[in-house]
Write a protein that binds this ligand. Structure first.
Ligand code: SF4
Length: 638
């Protein structure tokens, strides 16, 4: 089984042990200056240990000004060399290979990092809110030099190869695309001119690093907008790259430049077309082709290799959800793989909101070096009351550590305890099935339809009690809240209610903003009303003006209100500073937090239960953070 995925392949002169690729992903785990951190290192070591034959770094910026992520890597300074060598050596220890991915993000640069104008081939008027600097011929030469400078110590640092990111609307991708590139000089116009910058960068890097060092290019398969880059042109670029001497091509799904849409778009894209297109490109290539198309099922990956769609398959999100993904596939432990459910609630778009990449199903992500399951010296009897997401992962963690864990859950089945995942595909039950299998394996006892009173909890004589529930949406006490078209926001994510044409969202935290994105991506009108001065006030991650700006660009309105609004049959009436306003609605969604369980905690204390033996899980605004919260509390007990 999986003979193709298990087989070796050569990229240039470098032998890759199998066809599992951990592609470049947004991690945001470095320091502000782009230095590697222990968390960053831990992430890559875990994937190497987990069996990935080839691992890519996250996007390395050419300088510390134009970066994809505020905490993304930047290796421009020589004194970072030793740190990078530690990284590459650590990965090599597990027989994996590591390639560096270099990127000049152009108009995708992070707005919080710099107030400089973003480099672009030509002004793109549709993105009027983005500060753009049309590169002069002189500045293009500087970009070429920057690439050379940034990549020049790749070999010395121990990387096995490198990749130039020319996908999407990153600078090189923008030069390649007629949608962005309207220049009439030697870098614009016909295909040869648009391709010139890639060609020049390649030549310079090749001279610097020698013929033996694998160099690849990342391309979107096409731009979906007109007049964007067509599939035929991508094929031509790939062929030209092969002729130039590139050692591999990496293909990612189509890019939609006319709507700079969220990661959710990629999650929901049909992959079949990309497969067919890749197959056609591959037929024309003499160098390996890697496919990065959100493949998470190893059987599909295997089939792609069999069908000659590609030569290597990236399992990015799967590798986030389970760092041991390749080893579990290779050893045929498929049912043990923690499944990526394509929710993008912890990684992708929400990344900047939560500080660094998080995963709903993998609370260890980004903390692999710090949170390890250690066998408990004194195994305890632990009772978990209620099953929110934090408690779900916590129960497994504690059971793996050797504790005896019992869960009491008020529902008749374990279900989606938090209403924001599965906004693209409802794959959450796949995760629940996996969790139930894990509970069985690690002997977690699950009592369904069970809501013990504090007295009953006390009588059970647990060594430790964890108050894990509190996932009921808090209903604000405002006039009209019980009207027909007023719903908790999670009903929208759970598909219990459809979006309206005119939606009012009460609240400004993560859930409210996620709902606003969800609705505006579907071209619905959205008005956010909140008593907070700014959006995303409930997150403990980084500030994210990009996200807020994007909401406004999508036409979302935001009002800071000073008193509770009134909901009438068709409108919401509210006061801003000096005016009384009204907005019509056909749906109102409240995203005003969750009931907390402090009363249960207090009653247990009143009944004499020792304070030190009782733990309460804090409610988090994001599911990724929620999973981490479960592990935080579990660590306190361990
Ligand atoms: S957060 Fe969701 S989409 Fe991202 S890796 Fe985890 S399960 Fe997959």
């Amino acid at each position: 089984m999986f003979e193709n995925l298990k087989s070796k392949i050569k990229i240039g002169n470098v032998t890759i042990n199998n066809r599992f690729v951990m592609p470049t992903l947004k991690l945001n785990l470095c320091t502000k200056d782009g230095y590697i951190t222990q968390r960053d290192l831990g992430f890559f070591i875990a994937r190497a240990k987990g069996g990935f034959g080839l691992i890519f770094t996250d996007e390395i910026s050419l300088d510390n000004v134009f970066k994809v992520d505020p905490y993304g890597p930047n290796y421009s300074s020589q004194h970072k060399l030793q740190d990078i060598q530690v990284l590459t050596k650590s990965v090599h220890k597990y027989k994996s290979k590591i390639f560096a991915s270099f990127c000049q993000p152009g108009m995708e640069s992070c707005q919080t990092v710099t107030d400089k104008k973003f480099p672009v081939p030509s002004i793109e008027f549709r993105y009027h809110s983005i500060r753009q600097n049309v590169l002069t011929d002189f500045e293009i030469k500087k970009v070429i030099r920057d690439f050379v400078k940034a990549t020049h110590f790749s070999k010395e640092a121990g990387f096995d190869g490198l990749c130039l990111n020319a996908s999407k609307d990153y600078l090189l991708g923008a030069f390649l695309s007629p949608f962005y590139n309207h220049r009439d000089d030697q870098y614009g116009g016909n295909f040869e001119n648009r391709f010139r910058i890639v060609q020049e960068i390649y030549h310079e890097i090749r001279i610097n690093l020698g013929v033996d060092f694998p160099i690849g290019i990342k391309l979107s398969i096409c731009d979906t907008a007109v007049p964007g880059r067509t599939f035929e042109e991508t094929k031509k670029i790939a062929i030209e790259c092969g002729k130039l001497g590139f050692d591999f091509v990496m293909i990612i799904p189509p890019f939609t430049p006319d709507k700079r849409i969220s990661g959710s778009y990629y999650e929901s894209m049909p992959k079949e077309n990309t497969f067919e297109d890749c197959k056609e490109i591959r037929r024309s290539l003499k160098i390996p082709l890697m496919l990065t198309a959100n493949v998470s099922d190893p059987r599909i990956g295997e089939q792609c290799l069999k069908d000659k769609v590609c030569d290597l398959v990236a399992f990015g999100k799967s590798g986030l959800a389970d760092s041991d993904f390749p080893n579990k596939v290779i050893n045929n432990h498929l049912l043990d793989i923690a499944p990526c459910i394509h929710c993008i609630s912890g990684c992708s778009e929400s990344l900047l909101l939560t500080g660094s990449s998080k995963c709903v199903v993998n609370p260890f992500l980004g903390n692999e070096e710090f949170i390890k399951i250690e066998k408990a010296k004194n195994p305890l009897r632990i009772g978990i009351i209620g099953l929110g997401l934090a408690a779900t992962s916590m129960a497994l963690y504690l059971a793996k550590a050797g504790h005896s864990v019992e869960i009491y859950h008020s529902e008749d089945k374990i279900g989606n305890p938090y209403g924001t995942y599965g906004q693209n595909k409802n794959e959450y039950p796949v995760f629940l099935d996996w969790m139930l299998r894990q509970y069985k394996k690690y002997k977690v006892t699950l009592h369904l339809n069970s809501s013990p009173t504090p007295k009953e909890i006390l009588a059970m004589n647990f060594d430790r009690i964890i108050i894990g529930y509190g996932a009921n949406p808090y209903k604000p006490t405002i006039k009209g809240i019980d009207n027909k078209d007023v719903y908790p926001v999670e009903d929208l994510f759970l598909g219990k209610v459809t979006a309206g044409e005119n939606n009012v969202i009460l609240g400004s935290g993560y859930q409210a903003c996620e709902a606003a994105t969800f609705l505006s991506d579907r071209y619905k009108q959205v008005t956010i009303l909140t008593k907070n001065d700014y959006l995303l006030s409930d997150l403990d991650g980084l500030p994210n003006p990009e996200f807020t700006a994007r909401l406004f660009q999508s036409g979302v309105s935001f009002y800071r209100i000073y008193q509770d609004p009134t909901i009438t049959r068709h409108s919401v009436i509210f006061n801003i500073k000096d005016r009384r306003l009204m907005v019509l609605y056909d749906r109102v969604f409240y995203a005003t937090g969750y009931d907390n369980m402090v009363p249960v905690y207090n009653q247990l204390l009143t009944l004499g239960y020792p304070k030190d033996n009782i733990f309460i899980i804090e409610k988090k605004g994001n599911v990724g953070l929620s999973a981490v919260e479960g592990i935080r509390v579990a660590k306190l007990i361990q």
